[in-house]
Design a protein around this ligand. Structure first.
Ligand SMILES: Cc1cc2nc3c(=O)[nH]c(=O)nc-3n(C[C@H](O)[C@H](O)[C@H](O)COP(=O)(O)O)c2cc1C
Length: 443
C-alpha cells in the first residue's frame, strides 16, 4: 500500500483504487443528506456539515482573539456549516500550546462575547434569522505540548518512551500530580462557565491528539487515581463532564473531541491493538463513549493520531514532515471506518466524522456516503475549511464542491504552525498566507 499522492480525475478512479487496495469507501451523489438538520437536545443544527476546530495561533498575548482570528470566524460563519467547532482555547496560561493560543479568562471575556455575536450575526445575515450554527468551544490543556512562552514547557500525564524521545524530554521530569489534576478539573469548569457567559452553546473537554487529557486516557503506567485502570484513566474526563453539567445545567452542551486511536504502542497508546499498534482496538473508546452517552452526552467529535508524532494518521496528506508507508487513501479509510464503527455501536450519540479533506472535491461524495451508511451524523472539515470556508454553501447551493477551491493537503498550514507562525491556507487564501509562509518557512 505504498504512498501515493492524490491523482484522481473521476470518482470512479477513486473507487477503483479503493477496491484494489481492499478498502471500504462508500461514496454517494445524494447531496441532500448533507442538508439534513440534526437535533441535539433542544438545539437544531441547521445542516449536517461542520467546521472542525482549527487554530490559527493568532490570538493576543492576553488570550483574546486577534485580527486574524476574527477574520477566520468571519469566513467560517459566512460559509454555511451548521456546526462551528471553535478552536482550542486554553483553560490556563501554562497549558497554552503557543503564546498566541486563545485562552479564556475573566479579563478577556468580552472579546469572546464579541466573536460569538459576530459569528451569529454573520450567519444570520447570510442565511436568514432562523439559521443558528451550533457553536461549541474546545477547551484545552496542551500537556506535553505546552509552550506558553514560545519554548517547550511540557506538563506530562505520564512518561511515554516514544513521545519523550521525539521531544527530548528528560525521563526524570515529574508528571503532573493528582492534586494538580484535581485543581485543573475546576479550571475546566471555570472556563466552561465563561464560555457560556460569552454565549457559546456548549464546550468540548478536549481529549484528542495527545494533549493532556488525551494522554491521561492512555496513562496505563501512571500511578494514583488518574492512571492505571480504565476507571483511573477516564476519571478526569468524566469528573469534568459531571462537574460542568451540575454547574451549568442540562441545556448547556458538554461534549468532547476524542481520539479513538492513538497509533502508539501499548501500554502508551489509547485504542490500540495490544499486539500490533498499527491496528485499532476500539473496545475502550467505545466503552467510554457509551458511559458518556448514558450520562447524557448527545454529540461527540471523533479523530485519531497525533499531529506531532504520526501526523499522517491524524490528517492524511500529500506533503508533510515525512513520507508515510501507506497510501493516504488507507488513512482516510481508517478514519472513516473506525469512527463509523463507533457511530454504529452508539447510535444515540451524534458523531462528527473526521478525515475528509484529502479527498478534495470527492470528499462531498464520501461525506454523503458516510451519512447514508450511518458512519457519522455530521461531517467535519479541518484543512478543507481553511482552504474553502464556504464549502457548505456550495454543497447546499451548487450540489458539489469546486475542485479549484479545495484543500490540496500540501502541508503548508501545518508547517507555518510548527515554525511558530499563524497558519492558514497558503494556496487558496494566498493574499494573507503566502507572505506568512515566506516569513515563517522562508520559501
Ligand atoms: C493548522 C491546524 C490547526 C488545527 N487546530 C486544531 C484544534 O485547534 N483543535 C483540534 O481538535 N484539531 C485541530 N486540528 C486538526 C483538525 O481539526 C483535523 O482533525 C485534521 O486537520 C484532519 O481533518 P482534515 O482532513 O479535514 O483536515 C488542526 C489542524 C491543523 C492543520
Amino acid at each position: 500500500m505504498a504512498f501515493k499522492e492524490f491523482n484522481y480525475h473521476q470518482k470512479q478512479d477513486l473507487l477503483d483504487e479503493a477496491k484494489s487496495l481492499g478498502l471500504n469507501l462508500a461514496l454517494s451523489d445524494n447531496m441532500d443528506v448533507l442538508k439534513k438538520k440534526v437535533k441535539i437536545d433542544e438545539f437544531v443544527i441547521p445542516n449536517s456539515m461542520a467546521i472542525h476546530p482549527m487554530e490559527g495561533c493568532d490570538g493576543n498575548a492576553d488570550g483574546s482573539p486577534g485580527e486574524l482570528t476574527i477574520r477566520r470566524y468571519e469566513r467560517f460563519s459566512k460559509g454555511g456549516a451548521g456546526l462551528l467547532w471553535f478552536e482550542a482555547v486554553a483553560v490556563v496560561h501554562e497549558g497554552r500550546a503557543n503564546p498566541r493560543q486563545l485562552w479564556i479568562n475573566k479579563n478577556n471575556l468580552s472579546s469572546f462575547q464579541r466573536i460569538f455575536e459576530d459569528i451569529m450575526n454573520n450567519a444570520r445575515n447570510e442565511y436568514g434569522q432562523d439559521f443558528t450554527p451550533l457553536t461549541v468551544m474546545q477547551l484545552t490543556h496542551s500537556g506535553r505540548y505546552s509552550k506558553p512562552e514560545g519554548k517547550p514547557a511540557p506538563i506530562l500525564a505520564a512518561h511515554n518512551p516514544y513521545l519523550d524521545a521525539a521531544q527530548k524530554i528528560d525521563e526524570n521530569l515529574p508528571v503532573i500530580t493528582d492534586d494538580e489534576l484535581e485543581r485543573l478539573e475546576e479550571k475546566f469548569v471555570d472556563a466552561a462557565v465563561l464560555a457560556q457567559k460569552a454565549g457559546f452553546h456548549g464546550v468540548d473537554i478536549k481529549s484528542c491528539h495527545r494533549y493532556l487529557n488525551s494522554e491521561l486516557l492512555s496513562s496505563f503506567t501512571r500511578e494514583g487515581k488518574y492512571g492505571g485502570s480504565f476507571e483511573g484513566r477516564t476519571r478526569f474526563l468524566l469528573n469534568v463532564f459531571d462537574r460542568i453539567k451540575s454547574r451549568l445545567g442540562s441545556k448547556f452542551i458538554v461534549t468532547t473531541r476524542m481520539n479513538v486511536y492513538d497509533a502508539i504502542q501499548y501500554p502508551y497508546g489509547w485504542g490500540v491493538d495490544k499486539d500490533d499498534y498499527k491496528k485499532y482496538d476500539l473496545s475502550e473508546p467505545m466503552r467510554l463513549i457509551k458511559i458518556l452517552s448514558d450520562k447524557g452526552m448527545k454529540l461527540i467529535n471523533l479523530t485519531m493520531g497525533n499531529p506531532y508524532y504520526n501526523p499522517h494518521v491524524n490528517r492524511p496528506y500529500d506533503k508533510g514532515p515525512y513520507v508515510p508507508e501507506e497510501n493516504p487513501l488507507a488513512g482516510v479509510a481508517r478514519l472513516i471506518n473506525g469512527i463509523g464503527e463507533i457511530q454504529k455501536a452508539v447510535p444515540e450519540i451524534a458523531v462528527v466524522g473526521t478525515g475528509y479533506s484529502w479527498l478534495r472535491q470527492f470528499s462531498a461524495n464520501l461525506a454523503a456516503g458516510s451519512l447514508e451508511n450511518g458512519y457519522a451524523k455530521l461531517i467535519g472539515y479541518g484543512r478543507g475549511a481553511f482552504a474553502y470556508p464556504d464549502f457548505a454553501r456550495d454543497i447546499m447551493e451548487a450540489g458539489a464542491l469546486s475542485k479549484e477551491k479545495c484543500c490540496i493537503a500540501c502541508g503548508k498550514c501545518s508547517q507555518i504552525m510548527r515554525n511558530g507562525g499563524t497558519p492558514g491556507c497558503v494556496i487558496r487564501d494566498s493574499k494573507v498566507y503566502a507572505p506568512l509562509f515566506k516569513q515563517y518557512c522562508g520559501q
